[in-house]
Design a protein around this ligand. Structure first.
Ligand code: DX5
Ligand code: ZN
Length: 219
């Protein structure tokens, strides 16, 4: 499977969000990653469903919504109605994870499941059939621009093995500290979807330069 690049709008210039999204599309990005933070599960506060709906108006790229919020089940319908194509929930926030993933699917959205750096991925053994995407966090969620945590590599390999054992075609996504220097090792471990905020939106040659630097690092 090809490598999919998903710029995270956490690092976009929000005064020009429409233009930034169009630049991502022109640069050949594969999806847009939207980081939803609630100031409770993570220290930071960011976007709600209205931002997802606004993104939907200006791009035809799939919207990949990463919910870093407590009680995500209360908000799934609102994000689905806003136009999310993927809804990814944290294992740590869902006491009834099986039901939460089922609800996402019933809403017509692709379910994603993510694990923090300190959370083991073994629960995926029981959930592999229910997900379209598994996100291995390679930073502690909350902020852009943090350093890649190398233990993510082993977890990506383990995730890939569990999915293969279950005959699942779910994609393995990695998020946090992805740069031209770190992306290759995550690909070799089995990741095929790469979220990048800083490396795309803060690249010295602009968004197109950022996306192509990541692609070149994979070639
Ligand atoms: C972190 C977010 C990431 C963030 C990545 O909590 O989930 O999506 O935007 O930013 P960079 O690529 O700068 O590490
Ligand atoms: Zn994210």
């Amino acid at each position: 499977m090809a490598a999919l690049i998903s710029p995270s709008i956490l690092s976009a210039d929000l005064t020009r969000l429409g233009e930034e999204l169009q630049a991502c599309e022109a640069a050949g990005a594969d999806a847009i990653h939207i980081d939803v933070m609630d100031g409770r599960f993570v220290p930071n506060i960011t976007f709600g469903p209205d931002i997802v709906a606004a993104c939907k108006k200006v791009t035809s790229l799939p919207l990949d919504v990463h919910l870093m919020i407590v009680e995500p089940e209360k908000h799934l319908e609102a994000f689905a109605n806003a136009g999310a194509d993927f809804l990814t929930v944290h294992y740590e926030t869902c006491p009834h994870i099986h039901r939460t993933l089922q609800t996402i699917r019933e809403l017509g959205v692709k379910p994603g499941l993510t694990f923090n750096p300190g959370t083991p991925v073994e629960p995926l053994e029981l959930l592999a059939d229910m997900v379209e995407l598994v996100l291995i966090m390679s930073v502690n969620p909350g902020f852009g621009g943090q350093s890649f945590i190398p233990q993510a590599i082993g977890k990506i390999r383990q995730t890939r093995a569990i999915l293969e054992a279950h005959g699942s075609n779910a994609i393995v996504q990695v998020d946090g500290g992805i740069t031209a220097a770190t992306i290759r090792a995550t690909y070799d471990a089995g990741a095929r979807n790469f979220v990048a905020g800083t490396a795309v939106f803060r690249h010295q040659e602009g968004i197109a330069g950022g996306v192509s630097a990541l692609r070149e690092a994979l070639n």
